[in-house]
Write a protein that binds this ligand. Sequence first.
Ligand code: FMN
Length: 168
Amino acid sequence: MKSIAIVYGSTTGNTKEVAEMLKAELKDFEVSLFDVANRPFVELAKFQNIILGTSTWGAGDIQDDWELAINDLKATNLAGKVVALFGLGSASGFADTFVDGMGTLYDAACETNCKLVGATSAEGYGHSSSTAVRDGKFVGLAIDHDNESNLTPSRIAEWVKAIAPEFV
Ligand SMILES: Cc1cc2nc3c(=O)[nH]c(=O)nc-3n(C[C@H](O)[C@H](O)[C@H](O)COP(=O)(O)O)c2cc1C
């Protein structure tokens, strides 16, 4: 069975909850969850497939534990590995910095030589601006669990269906 590491940073538990939902949805894979607060980067060597998730705090800041660990991520060689991203935020509360943390994660992941997959449509969220939108698409899965938790399961299911064939 193919294996996937999910590394998340979560302050009030929402991103952790979505990481657990992703694990449940990725039924055909052996999924291991890691809290970035525990600095799991050495362990990532064992995985060919990695999903990184963060929430956004302040005004567009990456989640605190990720902030402390982001240089460790940048220094990790993920050459040959497949990486997908997800980000949590609030489009109505923070319309102009919606899921910006995922944009920061994207920039860091770009320094690791990995293959990034899982960009999604930026339609249907009600935000006005996001650094996680590049070339018109979100760089990963955007989740507004604060205001649209009813959509979270279908957003996860659709994304998993799209990215599953990318994993090696
Ligand atoms: C003080 C504060 C600042 C926030 N800033 C942003 C922001 O700039 N952009 C955004 O999309 N969401 C923002 N959020 C929403 C959080 O990202 C959202 O609540 C998320 O689900 C928290 O996930 P976590 O519990 O895993 O950390 C903010 C929330 C709070 C309470």
